[in-house]
Design a protein around this ligand. Structure first.
Ligand code: MN
Length: 439
């Protein structure tokens, strides 16, 4: 089997679901300036990569379905020996069709003119509505030109349609090949988190723990992270998307690490929380075990048929009961849940889809109803509790503590499989592991 056969199959599977006499446009995206002559590292848009396996910027895939037959084209950067010396190699128009198994290729500069000529007899144009602003100018030009031509007798474009619902539904259900890669991404991420637990120490900076973890990601075959790493000591863990990672870790702090490797284009996403000095205080331990028990309760229920929103309900019930037991909330559980009394301490969702994007694509609801899980979906389970230093309503012993525990879970025919298994997770396991593995 040719290595690019998987992309060909995906393009065909997508086309089979589209209206006849239609064209699809999917862009890889443009490089972004970081400062002056420096660009951010480029990563192609996941939709584009999913359908092409091609990772250059300034490329656009075209699929045309006419009388049930699919033809494919690619607009991309031309070969340019001088630019390639400075900026890196390019595939080029000549080699693209054979290399990527597409019918025809053109230079990206021809997108508007050649793209327009490809729209003859096309009634529906599909683009991702999440990228509609980027397409607006080109689409308007095409529609206007098309309308002018229709006076010569051609039929004109009748609809601009959203590609997302079709393509993202495909991406939501993972194939065996994708699951194998996600399993690797999970494994590499687990190894990185073990490195973080080994590296952590009082008086170290958060970014130093990050460096040791990300070194393991890279050494094990993941060239980049799936999202910006969070290493948050003490109170910083109460900032949900803390990515500065510039503070010093203090003795007695818990450290929250939310990080994942991107392996083969797919994301791992793990959160671990562990003590800087290897020992939980009894208050930290009590909160930690509550979050862990909540996570277990959610994972236990994951199987085909359960509604996505049920997972959040299970998390809220468990966390609220635990906060009552610890004396942090008081009152009747059902009333506290109704009043969302847990919200100051648990303000996010317990899960999201996982795939090429860390917050992967795919609808969570269908026709306004939470959708049932089905085999082949991959999702995270990540309950948390956050009691910042500023939470004066909470007993002082619990303040300055942020805890989240996150695993990646595959829905299987019979239930689920935790892809990120293998980390020490209970208080006892973590303390034992840190005692045994740190200098
Ligand atoms: Mn996550």
């Amino acid at each position: 089997m040719k290595s690019n056969a998987i992309y060909t199959e995906r393009r065909q599977a997508l086309a089979a679901q589209l209206a006849d006499n239609s064209v699809v446009w999917v862009a890889s995206g443009a490089e972004k300036i970081r400062n002056r002559d420096v660009e951010y590292a480029f990563r192609p848009a996941s939709d584009f990569y999913y359908l092409t396996g091609f990772s250059e910027p300034d490329a656009v895939l075209m699929l045309k379905k006419q009388l049930g037959k699919l033809t494919t084209g690619l607009f991309l950067r031309p070969k340019d020996s001088e630019k390639e010396v400075w900026q890196g190699r390019r595939l080029g128009v000549e080699f693209a069709p054979q290399q990527l198994n597409i019918d025809q290729a053109w230079e990206i500069s021809e997108l508007v003119d050649t793209g327009f000529s490809l729209l003859t007899d096309v009634k529906t144009v599909y683009v991702s509505f999440s990228e509609l602003p980027d397409w607006m100018e080109t689409l308007s030009e095409w529609v206007v030109l098309h309308k002018a031509n229709s006076r010569k007798g051609d039929e004109s474009i009748q609809a601009i349609a959203d590609l997302d619902p079709v393509l993202h539904e495909m991406r939501l259900i993972k194939s065996e090949a994708e699951i194998a890669i996600l399993r690797q991404a999970a494994r590499v991420s687990v190894q990185g988190h073990l490195s973080a637990m080994k590296s952590v120490a009082s008086e170290k900076f958060e970014y130093q723990v990050q460096a040791d973890m990300e070194n393991t990601f890279k050494q094990r075959g993941a060239p980049r992270v799936a999202f910006n790493t969070i290493v948050a000591g003490g109170d910083n863990a109460c900032v949900l998307h803390y990515t500065e990672n510039t503070a010093k870790i203090h003795n007695g702090d818990l450290v929250l690490v939310d990080a994942g490797a991107e392996f083969g284009g797919y994301a791992g996403d793990i959160t671990s929380t562990f003590p800087a000095n290897g020992q939980f205080t009894r208050y930290q331990a009590a909160l930690y075990e509550l979050v862990l028990a909540t996570q277990k309760a959610v994972i236990q229920q994951i199987q085909p048929g359960i509604l996505f929103e049920e997972l959040q309900k299970i998390a809220v019930e468990n966390l609220t009961q635990g906060l009552i037991d610890l004396g942090i909330l008081s009152g009747k559980r059902s009333v506290l849940i109704e009043d969302e009394a847990y919200k100051p301490f648990y303000m996010h969702g317990v899960s999201h889809w996982l795939g090429m994007d860390v917050h992967d694509v795919g609808a969570y609801k269908k026709a306004g109803q939470s959708r049932p899980l089905q085999a082949g979906m991959v999702l995270t389970v990540e309950p948390g509790l956050y009691l910042p230093k500023s939470a004066s309503e909470v007993a002082e012993v619990y303040r300055g503590i942020g805890i989240r525990i996150e695993e990646d879970v595959l829905v299987t025919d019979s239930g689920c499989e935790v892809l990120t298994a293998g980390l020490p997770r209970t208080v006892a396991e973590i303390e034992r592991w840190m005692m045994a593995n740190r200098h």
